[in-house]
Design a protein around this ligand. Structure first.
Ligand code: CDV
Length: 307
């Protein structure tokens, strides 16, 4: 039986600070209608898809920061996505700022979920690698305060049995770390969904600004090939509140080849028939983990400090 997941990478163009969640959800629904018309099983939206990328601003008032967070999922603003997807028979995934009370303590995470065709949340992932800084650094052209506004996810990478295969998630900066892909692959992931918000300008090494798009594909293509799995990389792109974000959302085969890529910096859909059985081309051969991996030699990998 074929295990083809017709998948859409649903890139979003810029979201202004003043744009309401309802307006963004309407844009997401327009992409969902297109994806359904193209026979998609799954549509994947970017990191923090419901609002502007708010960590670019230093805000002293926590109440102001909290306006960017979701206290429940689904909620009034996102319910139309869940309802329409169920009618269309399509699964979806998107990132959002999650506020949750656990054991009487309030937590804030950079989170992404997967919803199956029946409308149930089948996977939740909280970003493990949080980039940026904790304090206001006015010398920067814009801030990147993820370390201030979010706690790092403490749950290991994981997969869900969905769409006939094993689906995993990672978020933006996670995609630069080889550990992300290997952890997911060792846990059986056949397709990994990765939303991102990546500025063209990197204040700590501006001499690398021209390499942002290259590094974006480099790490995801390597992750796909070295672990034999599909990668769906989805951008929030374009000039958002004066900050240029890269696009080039793409679908990458287990061979490392880009099989579909966005060519604008706006709302755009790219679609591919992702055959999960193609993971075997790599995992039964060059990267047959059971036959060729040498974990007993890789002791530095799990040591806390570099040796
Ligand atoms: N949202 C992100 O995680 N962005 C980072 C930037 C700050 C480098 C990224 O890795 O793309």
């Amino acid at each position: 039986m074929s295990r083809i997941v017709v998948t859409a990478a649903a890139q979003l163009g810029p979201i202004d600070r003043a744009e309401s969640r309802e307006s963004v959800v309407a844009r997401m629904l327009a992409l969902m209608e297109k994806a359904a018309a193209r026979g998609c099983d799954l549509i994947v939206y970017p990191e923090l898809a419901l609002t502007t990328f708010f960590p670019r601003w230093f805000m002293e008032n926590q109440a102001e920061v909290d306006t960017f967070f979701e206290r429940s999922m689904p909620n009034a603003a996102t319910a139309p996505l869940f309802e329409r997807a169920k009618v269309l028979g399509i699964g979806f995934s998107f990132g959002y700022a999650e506020m949750v009370e656990e054991d009487g303590v309030l937590h804030r995470y950079n989170t992404s979920i997967v919803v199956d065709k029946a409308g149930g949340i089948v996977h939740r992932y909280r970003k493990i690698h949080l980039p940026g800084h904790k304090n206001n650094e006015p010398w920067r052209a814009f801030q990147h305060l993820e370390k201030r506004y979010f706690e790092p996810g403490m749950e290991p990478f994981s997969t869900a049995d969905a769409f006939g295969g094993k689906i995993g998630q990672a978020i933006c900066n996670d995609r630069r770390w080889p550990e992300t892909y290997r952890e997911l692959a060792l846990r059986g992931a056949e397709m990994v969904l990765i939303g991102y918000n990546t500025p063209v300008h990197y204040p700590l090494a501006p001499e690398h600004d021209h390499l942002q798009c290259f590094h974006n594909h480099l790490c995801m293509q390597a992750g796909a090939y070295q672990n034999g799995m599909w990668i769906i990389g989805v951008a929030k792109a374009g000039k958002e509140e004066g900050c240029d974000l890269i696009g080039q959302s793409c679908i990458i085969a287990p061979t490392g080849e880009i099989v579909a890529m966005a060519s604008t910096l706006g709302d755009e859909l790219v679609v591919h028939d992702c055959d999960l059985d193609r993971c075997t081309e790599i995992r039964a051969n060059i990267f047959n983990f059971r036959l060729h991996r040498r974990p007993e030699i890789y002791t530095a990998l799990t040591a806390t400090d570099p040796v």
